[in-house]
Design a protein around this ligand. Structure first.
Ligand SMILES: *Cc1c(COP(=O)(O)O)cnc(C)c1O
Length: 609
């Protein structure tokens, strides 16, 4: 667990406390507080300590001024700040900690509107003044905590609470407890901290404070756009205004009640959500485990991709854009984009490599029928990467009226996070569907195939911080990982920059991107989204590679056993049951990302049907 020491006021005392290496130091900017920080500047302290500004219903101008003046890395909001207020501050690249005061009970419904716009919650004791009251509340109330968002525990924590804290950390209520926040119980006078008492506290709790540091890993994007060391926004300067406009607005827009309503409505009435969670009985019998299929194949247009394009077209409209561009390889994302543009009556231009246009005639025809203009990319290898270059060139030339819809959890920040959030409806549904069917919202394993990683990110999202839920990511091995014809990025890839983000990608010794290969067009991508690079690096997810042959056979098997023709991408996820044993009582949820209609020719050729 992390430690935050709050209510710092005096220069020498600040320097002294900083030598104890807390994770956060809090400075209160609130005139009515006895600990109001009114010095001109904060002394130089170790950069690893996050300087946190504490505010109570301050104006945004005031908060932003303090962020810039004191180079704050986090803000803690103690008043009645709205979700919109929080999301505006989020674009200042600071962590947002929203405070809720607890007395004898707490209505957890209050947290919901803040889920998307805060990094942490902080639970404090309700008292006369905001914060610093010196009393604890009944921490057992937190055993009903319905969220997976990490929180700070605050309110009256002192040396006498050490035993209680130890007990608390062994209880269910502490599962998402990220940090302890201390203040008035360690003071000689308001704002002046007692160094010896703090030292004793740290020493007595060293096990608790160090132990969870490793365990509460953050698998979500941080305020700078990174997942661990991966992510970021590596873009040409000419593209900066476009990406920056999106970064500043995406969370704010996504938190607007109007936006949420329209998004949910379209997912329901147009896409056909919720997609069923289907217990595959015969498949389960064959592999002697419990297999559930999340049926994204039943969505309108036949795959999960529409969840993202619906979200992004609504975003584009809110940002006043009336021209949409996209890149596509196999054409699936092009079709999903053309579909939503038709739905909204917006102009749609899809860039596609000349070679891909020839290979994917049915999807090209679909896009044209839906009113999109398909522009061939004639440079380079005339495939996906060249189409992406053309799309970026277009965006640079049309910064004001155009939105670029990226089709997977890749690209410069904020794209991976935005796409992931739109796709997270998948795991949101799995949670209640599984609870309904099995009585437990957590499966033992989640399985998804990975191209760029959007169906996987959506399938994992609400389970990332549930350590007992195993995560399995399935990549395309093509003709074999060592064959030279593969797309298994987590094995073959090295750190590098592709499509504006730092991630794992397949490259030559001099850093040129190598052409990937897979029988499945959707997995034929040389990189992997930055979230997945982080999941691979930290070991949170188990990565498996499946060959063309194994995937094709698993696809045919699903046809015969369950009467479902899967997309070849999804067949890769299904193929793991031949390679990896599960226990009879394990609940394994597989993302069936798409249907196989588009792959019929491939199946026909392969099986000589
Ligand atoms: C595009 C596609 C994929 C791969 O894309 P991700 O972003 O990795 O999800 C997987 N399955 C289907 C059916 C697809 O169309």
């Amino acid at each position: 667990m992390k430690l935050k020491i709050c209510g710092m006021k005096y220069q020498d005392n600040i320097k002294h406390v900083a030598t104890l290496q807390p994770d956060y130091l809090g400075f209160i900017f609130y005139e009515k507080s006895a600990r109001n920080f009114d010095s001109e500047s904060i002394p130089d302290i170790d950069e690893a300590i996050k300087k946190t500004g504490v505010f109570v219903d301050a104006t945004l101008e005031f908060v932003i001024d303090k962020i810039n003046k004191h180079n704050l890395q986090a803000v803690q909001l103690h008043g009645n700040e709205s979700p919109e207020y929080c999301s505006t501050l989020k674009s200042e690249k600071v962590e947002i900690i929203k405070v809720f005061s607890v007395k004898d009970e707490f209505n957890f419904e209050r947290l919901k509107p803040y889920e998307a716009v805060c990094d942490f919650f902080l639970f404090d004791t309700k008292g006369k003044h905001p914060g610093g009251n010196g009393y604890t509340f009944d921490w057992n109330l937190l055993s009903d905590y319905p969220s997976t968002k990490p929180f700070f525990l605050s309110g009256g924590i002192g040396l006498e609470e050490i035993e209680d804290i130890k007990q608390f950390t062994n209880s269910k209520a502490s599962k998402y407890c990220y940090a302890l926040d201390v203040n008035s119980k360690f003071e000689i006078e308001p704002g002046l901290k007692n160094i010896e008492a703090l030292k004793a506290f740290k020493k007595n709790l060293s096990e608790v404070l160090d132990y969870k540091k490793e365990h509460v890993m953050n698998y979500n994007v941080n305020e700078k756009g990174y997942y661990g060391e991966f992510g970021g926004a590596f873009i040409p300067e000419m593209l900066y205004p476009n990406v920056e406009e999106l970064r500043q607005n995406y969370l704010k827009v996504m938190a607007e009640p109007d936006f949420i309503k329209e998004f949910d409505q379209l997912l329901k009435d147009y896409v056909g959500r919720p997609s069923p969670l289907y217990f595959a009985k015969r498949l389960s019998e064959k592999y002697n485990t419990k297999i559930y299929l999340k049926r994204e194949d039943l969505n309108h247009t036949g795959a999960h991709k529409i969840n993202n394009t619906i979200g992004q077209i609504l975003m584009a409209k809110r940002l006043g854009k009336h021209r949409i561009i996209a890149e596509t390889g196999a054409g699936q994302h092009g079709v999903a984009t053309a579909t939503v543009c038709a739905l909204m009556g917006l102009e749609c231009i899809v860039y596609m490599g000349e070679i891909d246009i020839a290979r994917q005639a049915p999807n090209v025809a679909r896009m044209k029928m839906l009113g999109a203009k398909v522009v061939p990319a004639l440079s380079g290898s005339r495939t996906l990467k060249d189409a992406t270059n053309e799309a970026i060139r277009d965006w640079i030339n049309n910064p004001v009226d155009t939105h670029y819809i990226i089709g997977s959890a890749i690209g410069p920040h904020p794209y991976p996070d935005m796409v992931t959030r739109f796709q997270s409806v998948i795991s949101e549904e799995i949670k209640w569907q599984l609870k309904e069917q099995t009585g437990n919202e957590n499966p033992d394993y989640l399985v998804a195939c990975i191209g760029g990683g959007s169906n996987a990110a959506g399938t994992y999202y609400h389970y990332l911080h549930e350590p007992e839920v195993g995560i399995i990511a399935v990549e395309a091995a093509g003709l074999g990982v060592d064959s030279g014809e593969s797309a298994a990025t987590s094995v073959l890839g090295k750190e590098g920059i592709i499509h504006g983000c730092k991630t794992l990608l397949m490259q030559t010794k001099d850093g040129q991107i190598t052409e990937p290969y897979s029988i499945s067009a959707g997995l034929d991508y040389p990189g992997v989204g930055p979230m997945h690079a982080h999941l691979a690096k930290t070991g949170r997810a188990e990565f498996m590679a499946i060959t063309d042959d194994d995937a094709m056979n698993a696809g045919l098997e699903l046809c015969k056993l369950e009467g479902i023709i899967p997309a070849i991408e999804s067949s890769h996820a299904l193929a793991i049951f031949e390679q990896r044993k599960f226990k009879p009582n394990d609940v394994v949820v597989v993302s069936l990302s798409g249907r196989g209609d588009k792959d019929l020719n491939n199946y026909i050729e392969y099986f000589k049907i």
